[in-house]
Design a binder for this molecule. Structure first.
Ligand SMILES: [Zn+2]
Length: 331
């Protein structure tokens, strides 16, 4: 049973918004592009992992959690946690292109691309050990300790490896069901009702990872970002307020809801808190009353009165605004 599905990663969506609002010559532009590439690769790997569990049915009691964020003696994130009567299994995906090698003396892996370029990455065993320790702490704090197993998943089926580490279980996606079924030959550590109880407690303990605001992480000042309402048709920043919404002075495109993306960008990039004045600056809108109507209609909770009023967003609202933008594009 899948207890927690993978959600769309808002981090990649935020990074894309950042690139749209940052001048290409900005010194951090390439770093953000790189971060976006890494985030997308990780996401694709996690999707392949989630697909294995969508396709395969396990003929025994089990619970699956994708993209789990928990906290015990520290915060930790698990790509997939598989819970069954034999214990818990942590699966971490490493979606890295190229030939992979595990140098014996370092806690790193290197990958060699076809053009000869060599890059180093943290060895998944480090991350797995850390996550195992923190999950063990969580079980000790909340329940009784249960056995924890772990494996790294490399989602590219033709990937080549050198010098595999003996302390690291490495799986291709299709090997995951076989690996998990083999573990069922071990004796049960938990009875079925206890298992359900643990699964519910894990589901309750999850709190979604919040990557925002992104500008802080990259040391980018608000003034460095391009303000304005963006035209979804031609990409121009600076749609003008017209009677029925927004009009693009470049391509004449009219969009009644173009402000939603601009507000979404503000929340993801700069701050969850926005006043009428800062919203008008960012959207380049002089009409205070129109801004008030926009903010009210968007359904963002607020505190304070009149000029001191601040609208306060959160991750859930960002997800809703993003869904609104997407449905707009599809129409
Ligand atoms: Zn346009």
């Amino acid at each position: 049973m899948i207890m927690k599905e993978r959600e769309i990663s808002l981090k990649a969506i935020g990074l894309e918004a950042m690139l749209r609002r940052l001048p290409e010559h900005h010194p951090r532009y390439a770093d953000i592009e790189n971060e976006l590439r890494k985030t997308r690769a990780g996401e694709n790997g996690e999707k392949i992992l989630a697909d294995v569990f969508n396709k395969y049915q396990f003929p025994f009691e089990h619970y699956i959690f994708h993209d789990l964020n928990m906290q015990s003696t520290g915060k930790f994130q698990v790509d997939t946690l598989f819970l069954f009567q034999q214990g818990a299994v942590i699966l971490e995906v490493k979606n890295i292109a190229g030939r992979i090698s595990f140098p014996e003396t370092q806690n790193q892996l290197t990958r060699t691309l076809e053009n000869g370029q060599v890059d180093a990455f943290e060895c998944p065993s480090v991350q797995l050990e850390r996550n195992k320790m923190l999950l063990e702490d969580w079980f000790n704090m909340h329940l009784t300790p249960i056995p924890i197993y772990q494996a790294a998943v490399f989602p590219r089926p033709h990937q080549q490896f050198e010098n595999l580490r003996k302390d690291l279980t490495l799986l291709f996606p299709l090997e995951i069901p076989i690996f998990l079924r083999r573990l069922t030959s071990f004796h049960s550590a938990i009875d079925v009702s206890e298992l359900e109880d643990i699964a519910n407690k894990i589901a309750d303990a999850h709190s979604e990872f919040d990557p925002f605001p992104l500008s802080n992480r990259f040391g980018i000042q608000p003034s460095e970002l391009i303000s304005g309402v963006r035209c979804a048709h031609c990409g121009f920043h600076g749609m003008e307020s017209i009677q029925n919404g927004w009009g693009c002075p470049q391509c004449r495109y009219v969009d009644p809801h173009a402000h939603i993306e601009a507000l979404l960008d503000y929340f993801m990039l700069l701050d969850y808190r926005i006043s009428n004045k800062t919203a008008r600056q960012f959207l380049r809108l002089s009409d205070e009353q129109k801004m008030k109507r926009i903010l009210r209609r968007t359904g963002i909770p607020f505190e304070g009165d009149r000029r001191g009023r601040v609208y306060i967003s959160n991750l859930e609202l960002v997800r809703k605004l993003y869904a609104k933008c997407r449905s707009k594009v599809m129409k």
